[in-house]
Design a protein around this ligand. Structure first.
Ligand code: SF4
Length: 275
Protein backbone atom coordinates (compact mmCIF):
# COMPACT_ATOMS: atom_id res chain seq x y z
CA UNK A 1 0.00 0.00 0.00
CA UNK A 2 1.09 3.55 -0.72
CA UNK A 3 0.03 6.94 0.75
CA UNK A 4 -2.39 9.19 -1.12
CA UNK A 5 -0.44 12.35 -2.06
CA UNK A 6 -2.94 14.67 -0.33
CA UNK A 7 -4.47 12.73 2.53
CA UNK A 8 -1.59 10.39 3.37
CA UNK A 9 -4.04 7.48 3.74
CA UNK A 10 -2.75 4.14 2.49
CA UNK A 11 -4.31 2.53 -0.59
CA UNK A 12 -3.87 -0.52 -2.77
CA UNK A 13 -3.63 -0.01 -6.53
CA UNK A 14 -6.20 -0.26 -8.04
CA UNK A 15 -8.19 1.33 -5.21
CA UNK A 16 -10.91 -0.94 -3.78
CA UNK A 17 -14.29 0.89 -3.75
CA UNK A 18 -15.36 2.56 -0.54
CA UNK A 19 -11.96 2.57 1.16
CA UNK A 20 -11.66 6.33 1.65
CA UNK A 21 -10.23 7.67 -1.61
CA UNK A 22 -11.37 11.32 -1.95
CA UNK A 23 -14.65 11.58 -3.89
CA UNK A 24 -14.90 7.79 -4.42
CA UNK A 25 -18.57 7.47 -5.48
CA UNK A 26 -18.79 3.69 -4.85
CA UNK A 27 -18.67 1.29 -1.94
CA UNK A 28 -18.17 -2.43 -1.57
CA UNK A 29 -21.86 -3.07 -2.36
CA UNK A 30 -22.05 -1.13 -5.63
CA UNK A 31 -23.23 -3.42 -8.46
CA UNK A 32 -20.51 -4.26 -10.99
CA UNK A 33 -21.17 -4.40 -14.75
CA UNK A 34 -19.23 -7.34 -16.20
CA UNK A 35 -20.36 -7.18 -19.83
CA UNK A 36 -22.17 -4.89 -22.27
CA UNK A 37 -25.61 -6.18 -21.27
CA UNK A 38 -24.89 -5.30 -17.65
CA UNK A 39 -23.88 -1.78 -18.71
CA UNK A 40 -27.16 -1.33 -20.60
CA UNK A 41 -29.19 -2.65 -17.66
CA UNK A 42 -27.47 -0.68 -14.91
CA UNK A 43 -27.22 2.55 -16.91
CA UNK A 44 -30.90 2.45 -17.81
CA UNK A 45 -32.09 1.94 -14.26
CA UNK A 46 -29.74 4.39 -12.48
CA UNK A 47 -31.97 6.98 -10.84
CA UNK A 48 -29.41 9.65 -9.94
CA UNK A 49 -26.03 10.99 -10.96
CA UNK A 50 -24.59 9.64 -7.71
CA UNK A 51 -25.84 6.12 -8.43
CA UNK A 52 -24.61 6.32 -12.01
CA UNK A 53 -21.17 7.58 -10.95
CA UNK A 54 -20.84 4.78 -8.42
CA UNK A 55 -21.71 2.10 -10.96
CA UNK A 56 -19.47 3.58 -13.65
CA UNK A 57 -16.55 3.66 -11.23
CA UNK A 58 -16.57 -0.10 -10.66
CA UNK A 59 -17.44 -1.22 -14.21
CA UNK A 60 -15.49 -4.19 -15.61
CA UNK A 61 -17.28 -4.69 -18.93
CA UNK A 62 -14.31 -4.31 -21.31
CA UNK A 63 -11.68 -7.02 -20.76
CA UNK A 64 -8.89 -5.24 -22.61
CA UNK A 65 -9.43 -1.89 -20.88
CA UNK A 66 -9.78 -3.40 -17.43
CA UNK A 67 -6.51 -5.29 -17.96
CA UNK A 68 -4.74 -2.14 -19.21
CA UNK A 69 -5.95 0.26 -16.52
CA UNK A 70 -4.97 -2.21 -13.80
CA UNK A 71 -1.63 -3.08 -15.38
CA UNK A 72 -0.74 0.63 -15.48
CA UNK A 73 -1.99 1.05 -11.91
CA UNK A 74 0.30 -1.71 -10.67
CA UNK A 75 3.31 -0.95 -12.90
CA UNK A 76 3.09 2.86 -12.53
CA UNK A 77 5.10 5.49 -14.37
CA UNK A 78 8.49 5.92 -12.70
CA UNK A 79 7.77 9.52 -11.67
CA UNK A 80 4.65 8.37 -9.79
CA UNK A 81 6.07 5.15 -8.37
CA UNK A 82 5.49 6.39 -4.80
CA UNK A 83 1.75 6.96 -5.36
CA UNK A 84 -1.27 4.68 -5.32
CA UNK A 85 -3.17 4.56 -8.63
CA UNK A 86 -6.97 4.76 -8.80
CA UNK A 87 -6.96 2.18 -11.63
CA UNK A 88 -10.75 2.28 -12.11
CA UNK A 89 -13.16 3.97 -14.56
CA UNK A 90 -13.55 7.73 -14.25
CA UNK A 91 -17.06 9.01 -13.55
CA UNK A 92 -18.42 12.34 -14.77
CA UNK A 93 -17.39 15.18 -12.49
CA UNK A 94 -18.48 18.73 -11.70
CA UNK A 95 -21.74 20.62 -11.24
CA UNK A 96 -24.71 18.21 -11.01
CA UNK A 97 -26.93 20.75 -12.82
CA UNK A 98 -24.48 22.34 -15.28
CA UNK A 99 -25.22 24.84 -18.00
CA UNK A 100 -21.99 23.83 -19.76
CA UNK A 101 -20.85 20.30 -20.48
CA UNK A 102 -17.27 19.50 -21.51
CA UNK A 103 -16.97 16.20 -23.35
CA UNK A 104 -13.69 14.41 -23.94
CA UNK A 105 -12.42 11.10 -25.22
CA UNK A 106 -11.15 9.02 -22.29
CA UNK A 107 -8.95 9.34 -19.20
CA UNK A 108 -5.17 9.20 -19.52
CA UNK A 109 -3.31 6.17 -18.20
CA UNK A 110 -1.14 8.17 -15.78
CA UNK A 111 -3.56 11.09 -15.35
CA UNK A 112 -7.18 10.27 -14.53
CA UNK A 113 -6.33 6.61 -14.11
CA UNK A 114 -3.89 7.63 -11.37
CA UNK A 115 -5.78 10.45 -9.68
CA UNK A 116 -9.38 9.27 -10.00
CA UNK A 117 -10.66 12.46 -11.62
CA UNK A 118 -11.15 13.21 -15.29
CA UNK A 119 -8.40 15.36 -16.95
CA UNK A 120 -6.52 15.48 -13.66
CA UNK A 121 -2.81 14.98 -13.19
CA UNK A 122 -1.61 15.34 -16.78
CA UNK A 123 -0.53 18.10 -19.17
CA UNK A 124 -3.85 18.20 -21.03
CA UNK A 125 -5.64 18.77 -17.75
CA UNK A 126 -3.16 21.48 -16.73
CA UNK A 127 -3.95 23.30 -19.97
CA UNK A 128 -7.67 22.82 -19.70
CA UNK A 129 -8.16 23.81 -16.05
CA UNK A 130 -5.93 26.88 -16.42
CA UNK A 131 -8.27 28.06 -19.18
CA UNK A 132 -11.40 27.24 -17.18
CA UNK A 133 -10.01 29.25 -14.28
CA UNK A 134 -9.12 32.23 -16.48
CA UNK A 135 -12.67 32.47 -17.84
CA UNK A 136 -14.37 31.87 -14.46
CA UNK A 137 -15.49 28.26 -14.81
CA UNK A 138 -13.22 26.85 -12.08
CA UNK A 139 -12.29 28.07 -8.61
CA UNK A 140 -8.57 27.30 -9.00
CA UNK A 141 -6.18 26.99 -11.95
CA UNK A 142 -4.85 23.49 -11.30
CA UNK A 143 -6.31 20.02 -10.95
CA UNK A 144 -3.78 17.76 -9.33
CA UNK A 145 -5.72 15.13 -7.44
CA UNK A 146 -9.21 14.26 -6.29
CA UNK A 147 -9.61 16.03 -2.95
CA UNK A 148 -7.61 19.14 -3.89
CA UNK A 149 -10.53 21.54 -3.40
CA UNK A 150 -11.13 22.21 -7.09
CA UNK A 151 -14.69 23.04 -8.09
CA UNK A 152 -16.19 23.66 -11.49
CA UNK A 153 -18.64 26.56 -11.64
CA UNK A 154 -21.73 25.71 -13.69
CA UNK A 155 -19.80 23.12 -15.67
CA UNK A 156 -19.41 19.35 -15.75
CA UNK A 157 -16.90 17.08 -17.50
CA UNK A 158 -17.63 13.71 -18.99
CA UNK A 159 -15.66 11.29 -21.14
CA UNK A 160 -17.10 9.18 -23.93
CA UNK A 161 -15.07 6.18 -22.74
CA UNK A 162 -14.52 5.91 -19.00
CA UNK A 163 -11.38 3.77 -18.84
CA UNK A 164 -7.90 4.70 -20.02
CA UNK A 165 -7.28 2.96 -23.35
CA UNK A 166 -3.87 1.83 -24.62
CA UNK A 167 -2.40 4.54 -26.89
CA UNK A 168 -5.51 6.65 -26.13
CA UNK A 169 -7.41 4.58 -28.70
CA UNK A 170 -10.50 2.67 -27.63
CA UNK A 171 -11.85 0.17 -30.16
CA UNK A 172 -15.29 0.73 -31.72
CA UNK A 173 -16.61 -2.13 -29.55
CA UNK A 174 -15.26 -0.50 -26.38
CA UNK A 175 -16.75 2.84 -27.38
CA UNK A 176 -20.12 1.21 -27.97
CA UNK A 177 -19.99 -0.80 -24.74
CA UNK A 178 -19.34 2.38 -22.73
CA UNK A 179 -21.90 4.50 -24.62
CA UNK A 180 -24.87 3.68 -22.32
CA UNK A 181 -23.03 5.25 -19.36
CA UNK A 182 -22.39 8.37 -21.45
CA UNK A 183 -25.97 8.53 -22.71
CA UNK A 184 -27.45 8.05 -19.24
CA UNK A 185 -25.36 10.90 -17.87
CA UNK A 186 -26.24 13.12 -20.82
CA UNK A 187 -29.95 12.47 -20.27
CA UNK A 188 -29.65 13.36 -16.57
CA UNK A 189 -27.88 16.69 -17.07
CA UNK A 190 -29.33 17.92 -20.38
CA UNK A 191 -32.31 19.70 -18.77
CA UNK A 192 -29.91 22.40 -17.53
CA UNK A 193 -27.28 22.28 -20.31
CA UNK A 194 -27.18 25.05 -22.94
CA UNK A 195 -23.76 24.36 -24.51
CA UNK A 196 -21.45 21.39 -24.92
CA UNK A 197 -17.76 21.91 -25.67
CA UNK A 198 -16.36 18.79 -27.33
CA UNK A 199 -12.63 18.29 -27.01
CA UNK A 200 -11.51 16.56 -30.20
CA UNK A 201 -13.36 14.65 -32.89
CA UNK A 202 -13.99 11.52 -30.84
CA UNK A 203 -15.78 13.47 -28.10
CA UNK A 204 -17.65 15.49 -30.73
CA UNK A 205 -18.94 12.41 -32.57
CA UNK A 206 -19.84 10.63 -29.32
CA UNK A 207 -21.76 13.68 -28.14
CA UNK A 208 -23.80 13.90 -31.34
CA UNK A 209 -24.56 10.18 -31.17
CA UNK A 210 -25.56 10.52 -27.53
CA UNK A 211 -27.79 13.53 -28.23
CA UNK A 212 -29.53 11.64 -30.99
CA UNK A 213 -30.29 8.66 -28.77
CA UNK A 214 -31.86 10.88 -26.11
CA UNK A 215 -34.17 12.52 -28.66
CA UNK A 216 -32.25 15.51 -30.03
CA UNK A 217 -32.73 16.50 -33.64
CA UNK A 218 -29.16 15.93 -34.87
CA UNK A 219 -28.90 16.95 -38.56
CA UNK A 220 -28.14 14.43 -41.29
CA UNK A 221 -25.52 14.24 -42.59
CA UNK A 222 -23.95 14.60 -39.18
CA UNK A 223 -22.18 17.91 -38.46
CA UNK A 224 -18.42 17.74 -38.95
CA UNK A 225 -15.86 18.41 -36.28
CA UNK A 226 -13.67 21.49 -36.47
CA UNK A 227 -12.22 23.98 -34.04
CA UNK A 228 -14.78 26.64 -33.07
CA UNK A 229 -17.56 25.13 -35.19
CA UNK A 230 -20.99 25.57 -33.57
CA UNK A 231 -24.15 23.59 -34.12
CA UNK A 232 -27.39 24.52 -32.33
CA UNK A 233 -29.47 21.36 -31.91
CA UNK A 234 -33.07 21.16 -30.72
CA UNK A 235 -34.28 18.50 -28.36
CA UNK A 236 -36.67 17.59 -25.58
CA UNK A 237 -35.04 20.09 -23.19
CA UNK A 238 -34.73 22.95 -25.67
CA UNK A 239 -31.77 24.03 -27.75
CA UNK A 240 -28.22 23.04 -26.94
CA UNK A 241 -25.20 24.33 -28.90
CA UNK A 242 -22.45 21.84 -29.64
CA UNK A 243 -19.04 23.50 -30.03
CA UNK A 244 -15.89 21.84 -31.36
CA UNK A 245 -12.50 22.49 -29.77
CA UNK A 246 -9.15 20.96 -30.63
CA UNK A 247 -8.16 18.49 -27.92
CA UNK A 248 -5.64 20.03 -25.48
CA UNK A 249 -3.19 17.19 -26.10
CA UNK A 250 0.51 17.99 -26.03
CA UNK A 251 0.58 17.26 -29.74
CA UNK A 252 -1.77 20.21 -30.28
CA UNK A 253 -0.53 22.58 -27.59
CA UNK A 254 3.22 22.10 -28.18
CA UNK A 255 2.84 22.72 -31.91
CA UNK A 256 0.68 25.81 -31.47
CA UNK A 257 -2.30 24.20 -33.18
CA UNK A 258 -4.21 25.02 -29.99
CA UNK A 259 -3.13 28.18 -28.14
CA UNK A 260 -4.27 29.59 -24.80
CA UNK A 261 -6.22 32.46 -26.43
CA UNK A 262 -7.96 29.93 -28.73
CA UNK A 263 -8.95 27.78 -25.74
CA UNK A 264 -10.14 30.75 -23.71
CA UNK A 265 -12.17 32.01 -26.67
CA UNK A 266 -14.04 28.68 -26.89
CA UNK A 267 -15.03 28.73 -23.22
CA UNK A 268 -15.85 32.44 -23.29
CA UNK A 269 -18.19 31.80 -26.22
CA UNK A 270 -19.73 28.83 -24.40
CA UNK A 271 -20.31 31.02 -21.33
CA UNK A 272 -22.10 33.57 -23.49
CA UNK A 273 -24.41 30.84 -24.81
CA UNK A 274 -25.09 29.67 -21.27
CA UNK A 275 -25.95 33.08 -19.82
FE1 SF4 B 1 -16.93 -0.14 -18.34
FE2 SF4 B 1 -16.71 1.91 -20.01
FE3 SF4 B 1 -14.56 1.03 -18.72
FE4 SF4 B 1 -15.67 -0.46 -20.65
S1 SF4 B 1 -14.70 1.57 -20.89
S2 SF4 B 1 -14.95 -1.19 -18.63
S3 SF4 B 1 -17.86 0.02 -20.37
S4 SF4 B 1 -16.39 1.98 -17.80
Amino acid sequence: MLPHPLTGELFDSPVPPGTGWPDDPADAGTPVARNSSDVVRLASRASSLAELAAEVSVCRACDRLVAWREEVAVGKRKSFADQPYWGRPIAGWGDPAPSLLIAGLAPAANGGNRTGRVFTGDRSGDWLFASLYRVGLANQPTSEHAGDGLRLIGARMIAAVRCAPPANKPTPDERDTCAPWFRAELAMVLPSVRAIVCLGKFGFDATLAGLQTVGYDVPRPRPRFGHAVEYPIDGPYGEVTVIGCFHPSQQNTFTGKLTEPMTDAIFTRALTLCS
